[in-house]
Design a protein around this ligand. Structure first.
Ligand code: CA
Length: 229
């Protein structure tokens, strides 16, 4: 069963949507404001978020921006009372996947939700497709948790595997330290961005020919890291 988080402060809309979506077989998580909604995305991991633009506390745009800058890719449909082009563009630029302008028909929103869930499923299949990483004389097999360099076994910890796998799914993209913390360590542990740096240094010493002059695990100053095969 797919779970949908509805972040909407107007109770009649929130309740109405909840009922309609439940009837269609979705599990619903309601949230009344932006802060609560933001936290619910991280802790409850819904399959999709319906996010109102005008909210008390964090606005819909703030929530969207915070999620995406932390590299959370949960599909988001924005509900907006404003129908100006500018608002739509800002919403999409901040990482919303789609938007619906109020007043909207529940049927239309339902069909948008279905379409977006389908798109995100094929996206996550692609993401899980990172089964191997091969570059230079290094081979990493994420399914078997095995790595070798020049035919010899490389000792790589579970966390290091997770870091490499995250890189493998986002080759050539700049990834922030915060994104690593979210993806690799999750929210139950409390490492600092410094921890990420230490792990990268350790990984470089294992996989780079000249760790002091890395060719694969590249530092992007002030932002994070990028992996190049
Ligand atoms: Ca509102």
């Amino acid at each position: 069963m797919k779970t949908i988080l509805i972040v909407e402060d107007e109770e009649p809309i929130r309740e109405g949507l909840s009922d309609a979506f439940k009837q269609e077989g979705y599990k619903i998580l309601p949230a009344k404001d932006g802060n609560f909604g933001y936290k619910a995305v991280l802790t409850k991991k819904p399959d999709l978020v319906i996010l109102d633009l005008m909210l008390p506390g964090l606005s819909g745009l703030d929530v969207c921006k915070k999620l995406r800058s932390g590299s959370n890719q949960t599909p988001i449909i924005m509900l907006t009372a404003k129908s100006t082009e500018a608002d739509k563009i800002v919403g999409l630029e901040l990482g919303a996947d789609d938007y619906v302008t109020k007043p909207f028909s529940v049927r239309e929103l339902l069909s948008r939700v279905k379409a977006l869930l389908r798109r995100s499923e094929s996206r996550s299949e692609k993401k899980e497709g990172a089964k191997k990483l091969v570059f230079d004389d290094v081979k990493v097999d994420f399914l078997k948790f095995k790595a070798e360099k020049a035919g010899r076994k490389l000792e790589i910890s579970k966390t290091e595997f997770k870091i490499l796998r995250f890189f493998a799914t986002r080759c050539e993209e700049v990834i922030s330290r915060e994104a690593f913390l979210d993806e690799v360590w999750g929210y139950d542990e409390f490492p600092t961005t410094r921890t990420v740096d230490n792990f990268i240094v350790k990984l470089r010493s294992k996989i780079e020919k000249t760790p002091k002059k890395p060719k694969h695990l590249i530092t992007i100053y002030g932002v994070g890291y990028k992996f190049i095969t």
